[in-house]
Ligand binder design. Structure first.
Ligand SMILES: Nc1ncnc2c1ncn2[C@@H]1O[C@H](COP(=O)(O)OP(=O)(O)OP(=O)(O)O)[C@@H](O)[C@H]1O
Length: 266
């Protein structure tokens, strides 16, 4: 695989019984780009996402990640390989604080053993300081200072979405998987989310793979878009190229209003 690509899906298919959820899909994600999967309900986007998080294994095909065969890696290895994700339905510890949730997000970087932690050896102390420093940087970056000690359960939905993003960033990923980052957000919160995603890429150089339905968010942050329908690749290219594809308009966008929203300038 060329060094330009962080991720390369080669001819992947997934069959669930009689349903071919993903049908010979290939795509490459360049280092540092924001690559977005779009498509109508049931198109196969979540299944592709779950392949990359190793929740599923492809029925056929291969996924190369950072020079290795990702499909050969066990699911528990994904986080330590530098892949972090957010979920469509936020998955945080509800009765823990923002800070505690973010510190948990650091666990893949822990280099100490149980004895170090129990005895709070110098090594454990250094690791704890390093974790705290990284977490504080993310808190500052995503403007979460006021919520540092708040319990997740008491936070508005929009803030929880940002905390989930923060937790994924605390893992210092190479590849960030965002599953419908705008779902449940209002227009203003969605614009903020677009701003954060753009900043993450610029500030940290993290590669982003996203599944998203909101076309204004898709066009404002994506370098390239892959449109799927019925498990297959329908079109791939810049947001402008994909929006102009007749098959995409027919299969996915449907209405003139949706097409207009895609044409909004970035
Ligand atoms: N675990 C599963 N078992 C059986 N069928 C599944 C499973 N997961 C997905 N499917 C089927 O595979 C197809 C693709 O589903 P998938 O969830 O990947 O689509 P999607 O594009 O993410 O849709 P949505 O936008 O609604 O989330 C659908 O027909 C779905 O019913």
């Amino acid at each position: 695989m060329s060094g330009d690509f962080l991720l390369s899906a080669q001819d992947i298919s997934v069959r669930f019984g009689g349903v071919l959820a993903v049908d010979r899909v290939s795509f490459d994600v360049k280092r540092g780009e924001v690559f977005t999967l779009i498509g109508p309900n049931g198109a196969g986007k979540t299944t592709v996402f779950n392949l990359i998080s190793r929740i599923y294994t492809p029925t056929s095909g291969r996924i190369q990640y950072d020079g290795m065969d990702l499909t050969a890696q066990p699911p528990h290895a994904v986080a330590s390989l530098g892949i972090a994700r957010t979920f469509q339905n936020i998955e945080l510890f509800e009765h823990a604080s923002v800070l505690q949730n973010l510190l948990i997000g650091r666990h893949t970087h822990r280099r100490t053993n149980l004895l170090d932690d129990l005895l709070f050896t110098p090594k454990a102390r250094r690791a704890a300081l390093d974790d705290r420093e990284k977490v504080e940087r993310v808190i500052d970056f995503l403007d979460l200072q006021h919520h540092r000690e708040s319990l997740i359960a008491g936070l508005p939905y929009g803030v929880r979405k940002v905390v989930e993003l923060a937790r994924a960033l605390c893992a210092e990923p190479k590849l960030l998987l965002l599953d419908e980052p705008s779902s449940g957000l209002n227009v203003e919160e969605t614009q903020d989310m677009a701003f954060w995603i753009d900043d993450i890429r610029r500030e940290f150089g993290i590669t982003v793979l996203m599944v998203e339905h909101d076309m204004s968010l898709v066009s404002s942050v994506s370098d390239r878009v892959l449109a799927m329908n019925q498990g297959q690749v329908l079109a791939m290219g810049t947001p402008a190229e994909v929006q102009a594809h007749p098959g995409v308009i027919e299969a996915y966008l449907g209405t003139a209003e949706d097409v207009a929203s895609l044409r909004r300038p970035a």
